[in-house]
Ligand binder design. Structure first.
Ligand code: SF4
Length: 213
């Protein structure tokens, strides 16, 4: 990476982490995959129960495979044989997990988390339940402010996610959001997290890469 771009990103990450910490959450800069897995080993007790929310970042970084190592009681929502009732049971169990891991659709430089969800199974445990929530995010998710976050989640992340899910929605044909009211709409829950009562319950690992969407 160009050293001047690296300097810009470093400054952006530094002020984002400072503001995350001021909101009773914890922010960490993670340089590479090796550091990521070391941090996860430090944060997650072997044998403890771990749930995840839908996240391409967790697949791209290898976190899902890491959780399948057998060292954790992993509530694996991606097993092919699961019925919709099985999935619902996993979503309910996620609330009492020791750790819940997912990513975020956007992270503002002032330390706010912006997310859109279809049925709430990803954003609900972020808000309440698991003892700790670990968010793994690439630097591409950092935005200047709430206005940019809103645009990112509605006009970028949501249409791409609808495409991934093969949804019959206007955005999968047009490539942008029209705030549809179709039954297949995936943008039902808009959640902004601006702080925590329990210090450090939410930990945000900012990986120095472009990850997910
Ligand atoms: S509101 Fe509808 S059109 Fe907009 S991104 Fe969501 S599913 Fe697509």
């Amino acid at each position: 990476m160009d050293k001047n771009i690296a300097w810009y990103i470093q400054k952006q990450v530094e002020r984002t982490i400072k503001n995350i910490n001021n909101r009773n959450m914890e922010g960490y800069y993670i340089k590479n995959r090796e550091q990521l897995f070391q941090k996860l080993k430090d944060l997650i007790t072997e044998g403890s129960t771990v749930g995840v929310g839908d996240s391409m970042t967790l697949f791209e970084t290898g976190v899902i495979e890491f959780l399948r190592s057998g060292k954790f009681n992993f509530l694996d929502k991606y097993k092919v044989e699961l019925t919709s009732d099985d999935k619902r049971n996993i979503y309910i169990k996620n609330f009492s997990a020791a750790t819940f891991i997912c990513s975020t659709n956007a992270l503002t430089e002032s330390g706010e988390l912006y997310n859109i969800d279809g049925n709430g199974s990803r954003v609900a445990p972020m808000i309440y339940g698991p003892k700790q929530v670990i968010l793994v995010t690439g630097i591409n998710k950092i935005v200047k402010n709430s206005e940019e976050a809103e645009i990112r989640v509605r006009q970028y992340a949501a249409p791409i996610d609808a495409k991934r899910l093969n949804k019959d929605t206007p955005c999968t044909k047009l490539g942008y959001c029209v705030d549809c009211k179709t039954p297949n709409r995936i943008c039902n829950d808009f959640v902004v997290i601006r702080g925590q009562f329990i210090k450090g319950r939410i930990k945000i690992l900012i990986v120095g890469e472009t990850l997910g969407y």
